[in-house]
Design a protein around this ligand. Structure first.
Ligand SMILES: CC(C)(COP(=O)(O)OP(=O)(O)OC[C@H]1O[C@@H](n2cnc3c(N)ncnc32)[C@H](O)[C@@H]1OP(=O)(O)O)[C@@H](O)C(=O)NCCC(=O)NCCS
Length: 396
């Protein structure tokens, strides 16, 4: 960065400039973007200040991400934008480098984002680590539901039990967010859509599944589509109740759509594969702190043994060097490796992201040049990290 260039927290007077940049970047309205910037805490907005000019900005979202059943601290990055008249001069690249350094200094384990251009984020150590698909099911195909209809309407007072139900569901898969308020607000309201919550209960009256839906009406036919901002359940019978609940919209509706993995668990409960699953986006991760990231996540309880991981990280030298990772009873301990003992894996910090998330096994990642190592070490790490393809319901 030039000597008069700073990466810092936005001040209130920077908001109009940031709003203009973000509105132009994402084709939003100035009013809508200003609300987005101010409603969610301007302390989370960062700007690049160059003298009197603000060429670029971003938003940070503190949350967690489930891996191996445990929540790992994650800083999500959104709203990355450079003013159109100042693009192509390296502002976004340098801003992302400062952002990664800041996350490290604060003690974050992971950084995450959805990328419009992966090339930009790869330069600061992010790599594809999971995906988000949109599933679209004809309502007439929602068969196999449980019609016992113990359906309740959810309101604000149900938030804690909705959260508990989501956490049970989300922590059973790799990659789902451990949501904080920013994401929860978007479940209920997103741009001009408001989503209504409905839950299903088990025989004890506890919430065992829920969904949030918005109806999109086609004014020419009068028929509707259901868009879900969230869908979670903790038992087969709850999943089947949600199927029956959605199927009840069929007389006036054609489709339901929702975000998730390539194989949302609800699909397994359907008798036929008559739906469309389309890739929406890959999400990327940056391992900000190797020790914290590996010690925070969970692993297969059956995994035992250790590997030596040799990491290169141009931006965060604290991550560099040889680490010994010891797996025991579903947890890992990470130490500096002294000496040359042990089967070793080598990787750049970027290559570590899809290994960590389980998007690729270490053997698969080696084919892509994301890491290299002795087969024994690759298998030990792969055995510990495996656990299904990483996905996410939310876009942030
Ligand atoms: C994407 C964006 C932030 C880049 O800002 P910028 O300051 O012009 O980017 P930089 O000059 O720092 O470029 C850094 C790298 O990003 C990538 N990049 C930048 N602009 C790109 C473009 N239009 N298409 C593809 N890659 C691009 C390149 O890899 C570039 O590195 P290189 O110059 O060595 O090839 C800017 O174009 C923008 O605001 N776009 C609209 C909003 C958006 O897409 N935001 C990102 C959402 S995740």
């Amino acid at each position: 960065m030039k000597s008069d260039t700073k990466y810092e927290r936005a001040r209130s007077r920077d908001i109009p400039t940031a709003a203009r940049m973000i509105a132009l970047a994402f084709a939003g309205t100035l009013d809508g973007v200003t609300k987005w910037l101010t409603d969610n805490g301007i302390e989370n907005i960062r700007v690049v200040r160059e003298g009197r000019q603000i060429p670029a900005c971003l938003r940070r979202i503190s949350m967690g991400q489930f891996f191996g059943g445990r929540s790992v601290p994650l800083v999500g990055i959104a709203g990355v934008a450079t003013a159109p008249e100042l693009r192509g001069k390296g502002h976004a690249r340098r801003m992302m480098e400062s952002c990664v350094r800041e996350m490290r200094e604060e003690g974050a384990a992971l950084g995450g984002l959805y990328a419009s251009t992966q090339a930009l984020y790869r330069q600061s150590g992010f790599e594809q680590a999971g995906h988000r698909f949109i599933t679209r099911i004809p309502l007439v195909r929602l068969l196999g539901g449980d019609k016992s209809r113990q359906v309740i309407v959810l309101d604000e007072s149900d938030h804690n039990r909705v959260k508990a139900c989501y956490t049970r569901f989300a922590s059973s898969f790799n990659g789902l967010l451990d949501r904080t308020d920013y994401v929860w607000k978007r479940i209920r309201e997103m741009r001009d859509s408001r989503f209504q919550g409905f839950g299903v209960t088990d025989s004890a009256g506890d919430l065992s599944g829920y969904l949030y839906l918005a109806q999109k009406r086609d004014d020419t036919t009068g028929r509707q589509e259901l868009h879900l901002s969230d869908l979670a359940f903790t038992s087969e019978s709850a999943g089947r109740q949600l199927i029956a609940f959605l199927a009840d919209f069929e007389p006036m509706g054609d489709f339901v759509q929702f975000g998730g993995g390539p194989m949302h668990p609800l699909l397994t409960l359907l008798p036929q594969q008559r739906y469309e699953v389309k890739l929406k986006d890959f999400w990327m991760l940056r391992i900000v702190d190797v020790v914290r990231a590996f010690e925070a996540r969970g692993y297969s309880a059956a995994s035992r043994g250790s590997v030596v991981l040799s990491v290169r990280d141009r931006l965060v030298p604290e991550n560099e060097g040889r680490w010994r990772i010891e797996f025991e009873r579903g947890r890992a301990k990470v130490h500096r490796n002294k000496g040359a003992r042990g089967a070793a894996i080598e990787c750049d910090i970027r290559g570590l992201a899809p290994l960590y998330s389980g998007l690729y096994s270490p053997r698969q990642a080696a084919i892509l040049g994301l890491c290299s190592g002795e087969p024994e070490a690759l298998d030990i790490l792969g055995g510990a990290l495996g656990g299904g393809t990483p996905w996410m319901t939310d876009h942030y």
